[in-house]
Design a protein around this ligand. Structure first.
Ligand SMILES: NC(=O)c1ccc[n+]([C@@H]2O[C@H](COP(=O)([O-])OP(=O)(O)OC[C@H]3O[C@@H](n4cnc5c(N)ncnc54)[C@H](OP(=O)(O)O)[C@@H]3O)[C@@H](O)[C@H]2O)c1
Ligand SMILES: *[C@@H]1O[C@H](CO)[C@@H](O)[C@H](O)[C@H]1NC(C)=O
Ligand SMILES: *[C@@H]1O[C@H](CO)[C@@H](O)[C@H](O)[C@H]1NC(C)=O
Ligand SMILES: *[C@@H]1O[C@H](CO)[C@@H](O)[C@H](O)[C@H]1NC(C)=O
Length: 342
């Protein structure tokens, strides 16, 4: 594992991700021959702002504050039910920061009720309308799960993925990705598509490290985004018996020693592995604190100590039981236990 250094300028904290579609050929100079295309980010910033559970009266204010603070990557989803408010926050933040749409990396996700051949385009159109933007940088399939009109669920992703490939070709999104896939599903998808996913978003934090699974993605040129990077801090998760990550003594000691906060240490650990991290907060101080993880410098030995927390192998987000589908096959702990938290 490489030591994470803060000497890099912010702009360097991005990783190039694989291009396949025509999005890769967008000219960077205005062209008189081709229709004008916006100048846009072609790299995913390693630090993003999560918007699940950003609710209530000040959603737009929180998102706008994140942009004013310096976040250039916003993680959204249709299922979060707040995209219109998030969109207003995006436009307000851009104005206040003196930026334009093209300065941001905006991700959203297709919900389970829009799987299939035709529905993904409607899903994306609704998201674009709500967010008030003309295109996304990244559109994920939120789960490999299709929800029928009757509410029953089944594992389905191939048809939906083909439909998402067309959205890429239409320029409605610059990249497509998956989320919450298991190894069998991802390998099967790779065997059946001409548009491999650019990004896989999954639960990752010091209590759920999935080192081998990340290596598989490296090998296939798929960037990984870590969701719930602060582990069980999300109040919708069942806390279980583990000490809250941000209260874990290994983590708090390192934080104290390096003059960082526990949340910053967890985020730096995530970025040091090359994964992007997308912490959520609805509080100005914490939004700023999390952003300033970019200034928190850890030593190699700190990262090694944090690696040991992986023994917990604790997954907080597992709707398998509630949805009656088998998720995360092959990713559970050494005893093969499904740690359902639905
Ligand atoms: N693809 C998927 O299926 C999926 C699933 C889960 C999440 N996600 C994405 O990942 C994002 C992040 O994950 P998450 O929301 O589950 O959890 P998280 O970011 O790991 O943790 C968020 C919780 O931590 C608190 N918090 C934030 N910063 C803190 C700090 N510096 N110190 C102490 N507490 C802090 C927040 O409280 P306050 O808000 O009150 O400050 C909130 O309750 C989501 O918002 C969403 O965009 C995707
Ligand atoms: C949003 O409102 C909550 C509850 O009143 C408050 O605690 C929080 O600081 C507010 N956040 C922002 C960004 O204004
Ligand atoms: C993918 O294709 C390879 C090569 O044909 C094959 O060995 C492998 O079993 C396939 N994997 C899945 C999950 O279909
Ligand atoms: C963290 O520990 C402190 C004191 O040790 C305790 O007061 C606090 O409730 C704990 N917080 C969480 C989220 O467990």
């Amino acid at each position: 594992m490489k030591t994470f250094t803060t000497l890099l300028p912010l702009a360097a904290l991005t990783v190039a991700i694989k291009h396949d579609g025509p999005a890769a050929q967008i000219p960077l100079e205005p062209s008189t021959v081709l229709p004008a295309e916006p100048l846009t980010l072609d790299k995913i910033p390693l630090l993003g702002y999560g918007t699940w559970n950003v609710n209530g009266d000040n959603v737009s204010e929180a998102v706008s504050w994140a942009i004013q603070t310096g976040y250039r990557h916003i993680d959204c989803a249709a299922a979060y039910g707040n995209e219109a408010k998030v969109g207003r926050g995006i436009s307000d933040g851009l104005i206040k920061a003196g930026l334009t749409r093209e300065d941001l990396w905006i991700t959203s996700k297709l919900w389970n009720d829009h799987h299939g051949t035709n529905a993904p385009e409607r899903g994306l159109e609704t998201t674009l309308h709500n967010l008030g933007v003309g295109y996304l940088d990244l559109y994920h399939m939120h789960w490999p799960v299709s929800q029928s009109i009757l509410g029953s669920n089944s594992i389905e992703y191939r048809d939906t993925w083909s439909a998402m490939g067309l959205l890429l070709e239409k320029g409605l999104t610059r990249h497509i990705g998956v989320s919450n896939f298991d190894p069998e599903q991802l390998k099967d998808l790779l065997n059946h598509t001409s548009h491999p996913p650019s990004v896989h978003q999954m639960e990752l934090h010091p209590y759920l490290q999935q080192e081998d699974w990340i290596k598989f993605h490296e090998k296939h040129g798929i960037h990984v985004t870590a969701y719930s990077p602060l582990a069980g801090s999300n109040p919708t998760y069942d806390k279980g018996e583990l000490t809250q990550l941000l209260n874990n003594t290994v983590l708090t000691k390192i934080a104290h020693k390096r003059g960082c906060t526990p949340a910053q240490v967890s985020l730096v650990w995530g970025m040091s592995r090359g994964t992007s991290v997308i912490p959520k907060s609805q509080h100005k101080e914490r939004i700023t604190e999390n952003f300033h993880s970019l200034k928190c410098e850890l030593k190699e030995k700190d990262l090694k100590k944090l690696d040991k927390l992986g023994k917990a192998h604790h997954r907080y987000n597992n709707p398998s039981e509630g949805w009656k589908v088998d998720l995360y096959k092959g990713l559970e702990d050494s005893e093969g236990k499904h740690k359902s938290r639905s």
